[in-house]
Design a protein. Structure first.
Ligand SMILES: NC(=O)c1ccc[n+]([C@@H]2O[C@H](COP(=O)([O-])OP(=O)(O)OC[C@H]3O[C@@H](n4cnc5c(N)ncnc54)[C@H](OP(=O)(O)O)[C@@H]3O)[C@@H](O)[C@H]2O)c1
Length: 275
């Protein structure tokens, strides 16, 4: 039996036994400072229990401040940060992240992208977990071949691959292989960094279910089995993006969204890597 199973609509149990909330707030491109503190605090006030940041985003301090200002207990919130692979040592870098965040450990630490190959940083990621700096470890922007390479050298396998994933980037072959390897897919840019919100098919389906385009895209990601991490700096949108657990898209609506795929159902994580 696969360990990566849904316990309910809102939570996924990862292959290492840790539970991840299936909705998180992404904070890429939110500057360190009040806008990031507010977004994190609002999300937690509105019921989010998962924040996705990264060393490269430069806003870990504000994430920590938002967490403390929200008053939500630390152990109720799932925090992800990402190793910036232009640095050398995942352990040294997570120790800095923990200081900036003001927490004793994070819940998930992932390699941000496979720069200079998928395997060299993995022993350091495993060490970070052994030291108790993170509860789970994973990867991001890893294609099928990258996953296979890292698993071949791993003592403990990645439990997550965070990739660009939406109806327009429906990486069906990567999703299938991840399922087989017991690796959860986290859907980043689930709204296409805003670009997919104006699509006519998405708008039509939104009208059919009396929801918004953002809610339709996020619901598609949930029904495809992924964790979704939309970003917004607006309180009302953060609330809107969380209201995705009380409706269902039909098989026919899902199929119309699937047909928007421009990735060719690829096993690749990204069409144009930036590293
Ligand atoms: N691992 C990686 O390499 C990687 C790469 C990219 C992203 N990510 C993660 O994934 C997260 C989400 O991806 P993303 O930041 O690219 O973008 P996204 O969540 O796909 O879309 C965010 C954009 O949509 C707008 N928006 C959000 N909710 C909306 C709503 N309900 N109605 C209308 N507009 C809405 C936001 O504007 P406002 O903010 O103005 O509301 C923003 O411009 C990131 O923040 C990051 O945590 C990871």
């Amino acid at each position: 039996m696969s360990l990566t199973q849904q316990t309910d609509d809102r939570t996924l149990v990862l292959a290492d036994g840790n539970a991840i909330p299936r909705l998180g707030l992404g904070v890429w491109q939110i500057p360190d400072g009040p806008s990031c503190v507010d977004a994190v605090r609002w999300a937690l006030e509105l019921g989010y229990r998962h924040i996705d940041t990264a060393q490269a985003y430069g806003n870990e301090e504000s994430v920590g401040r938002g967490l403390r200002e929200s008053g939500v207990p630390r152990d109720e919130v799932f925090i992800t940060t990402k190793f910036f692979p232009r640095r050398k040592d995942p352990v040294a870098q997570i120790e800095r992240s923990l200081q900036r965040l003001g927490v004793e450990r994070v819940d998930l630490y992932i390699i941000h992208w496979p720069q200079d190959g998928p395997t060299w940083a993995w022993p350091g990621m495993e060490r970070a977990r052994e030291l108790g700096h993170t509860r789970s470890i994973g990867v991001s922007n890893f294609s099928r071949s990258d996953l296979e390479e890292v698993i071949a050298v791993a003592t403990s396998r990645p439990v997550v691959d965070q990739v660009q994933f939406s109806p327009f980037e429906y990486r069906r072959a990567l999703l299938d292989v991840a399922k087989r390897l017991d690796i959860a897919i986290e859907a980043y840019s689930p709204l296409g960094t805003g670009r997919h919100l104006g699509n006519a098919t998405v708008a039509n389906i939104a009208a059919e279910v009396a929801r918004t385009p953002a809610q339709v895209l996020l619901r598609w990601g949930l029904q495809r089995g992924t964790v979704v991490i939309p970003k917004s700096t607006h309180r009302e949108r953060i609330a809107e993006n969380a209201a995705v657990f009380d409706f269902t898209l039909t098989v026919e609506q899902m199929a119309r969204l699937d047909a928007l795929d421009r990735s060719g159902g690829t096993k690749r994580a990204l069409e144009r890597p930036w590293w």
